[in-house]
Design a protein around this ligand. Structure first.
Ligand code: PSU
Ligand code: MN
Length: 351
């Protein structure tokens, strides 16, 4: 098995061919398992939307996560695309899950089997079960982890809730999510509701700019035609006076930008931010205090590193009496639908 790992590492280090989109490279990556449905869609140039799984293993509490995982796939289907939920199980990077696999992954949430998989964790979650099949790691892939898998499989569009970013107080702890560097390194098209609002959002946008990630915000149905579009902050439609760096009117414009980015041989991705629908919004004026005390609590409990984001999300859930969970679900489903539309337009606009 390790000979294959070495071979695929060599193939991977050569980078994707310039025509990798729509050509699943599972031959090149023996630890990659693309479902028949996703494979078929990619080969036939049908729209596919990748979905992350850290949100199920480390974001949403159990039973809510099962329901959400199914609803996310359905939302992608409703907008005419094929969903490809991504996780790591049995030492394989899985792209497109059966309903049994989806169940098993969601069941692992909150247990010691569940591992949050960013770039640095991926070799562990693949390598250890390969030599020791008794290791029953269920890897929920973050945006960083999912981006790597989506690139291997040849999937362009990816929908999620909110990306990771620069944590507040960065000078003290240097906590900057690998989501940012992964978006910088891979030409993927990510649909999210902005960066999570407990982050330092202005600094997050600065890092994205430095790294060359394109950022645009959708003028959604809750914006008037002449209204200034703000940069969305997860539970909130805006964050102080932070404006969107660019505005797109619909999925077609987003897809045109993604196609241009590929034609220009950009090696960095695009982030299209889709504000949370107004009816589910928790304005930042309300969130600010809640975030401050959740962050303070994490700090005094000594929570660090990869545990910070799940911890703070849980604290916010408790102090908003579940309202944040409903907001999070609403934005995720909204982004999955938008992802389906962007993927469809991306395929239609292919040169
Ligand atoms: N968005 C959500 N819930 C989540 C996450 C995003 O609505 O749980 C996850 C994503 O997988 C994201 C990760 O990649 O949190 C960021 O973690 P960190 O800040 O440790 O990089
Ligand atoms: Mn981090």
């Amino acid at each position: 098995a390790f000979r294959h790992l070495v071979q695929q590492a060599r193939a991977y280090s050569r980078g994707p061919s310039k025509h990798w989109i729509g050509r699943p490279s599972h031959q090149k990556f023996p630890f990659l398992r693309v479902s028949d449905e996703v494979k078929h869609a990619l080969i036939n140039l049908q729209p596919v939307v990748a979905l992350e799984s850290a949100v199920y293993t480390h974001g949403f509490p159990k039973t809510h996560n099962h329901e959400l995982a199914r609803q996310m796939e359905q939302a992608v289907r409703d907008s005419g695309a094929v969903p490809a939920t991504i996780c790591v199980m049995g030492g394989k990077v899985r792209v497109g899950l059966s309903s049994n696999q989806l169940e098993e992954m969601c069941d692992a949430a909150g247990t010691e089997r569940a591992m949050k998989i960013s770039r640095r964790d991926l070799p562990y979650a693949v390598g250890i079960p390969t030599i020791n099949p008794g290791t029953r790691i269920v890897g929920g892939t973050t945006i960083a982890g999912t981006t790597i898998a989506a690139r291997m499989a040849g999937i362009q569009v990816f929908a999620t809730g909110g990306i990771g970013g620069v944590h507040s107080g960065v000078a003290d702890h240097f906590d900057i999510s690998a989501d940012l560097t992964e978006l910088a390194k891979n030409n993927v098209t990510v649909i999210s509701s902005g960066a999570k609002s407990f982050l330092d959002i202005p600094k997050t946008l600065e890092v994205l700019e430095t790294q060359g990630v394109h950022v645009s915000t959708f003028r959604d149905k809750d914006y008037a035609a002449d209204e200034t579009v703000m940069f969305p902050a997860f539970f909130s439609r805006s964050y102080y006076d932070l404006k969107a760096p660019n505005v797109v009117e619909d999925a077609t414009e987003a897809a045109a930008i993604a196609q241009a980015s590929r034609a220009l041989r950009m090696e960095s991705g695009q982030l299209f931010t889709n504000p949370i629908p107004k009816e589910y919004e928790i304005p930042h004026s309300v969130m600010a205090d809640i975030i401050a005390s959740a962050t303070e609590k994490a700090h005094s409990a000594g929570v660090k590193g990869k545990d910070i984001t799940p911890y703070i999300l849980q604290e916010i859930r408790i102090s908003t009496d579940g309202k944040s969970l409903r907001a999070n679900r609403a934005m995720l489903l909204n982004n999955a639908r938008m992802g389906g539309k962007v993927a469809s337009e991306f395929v239609r606009l292919r040169p």
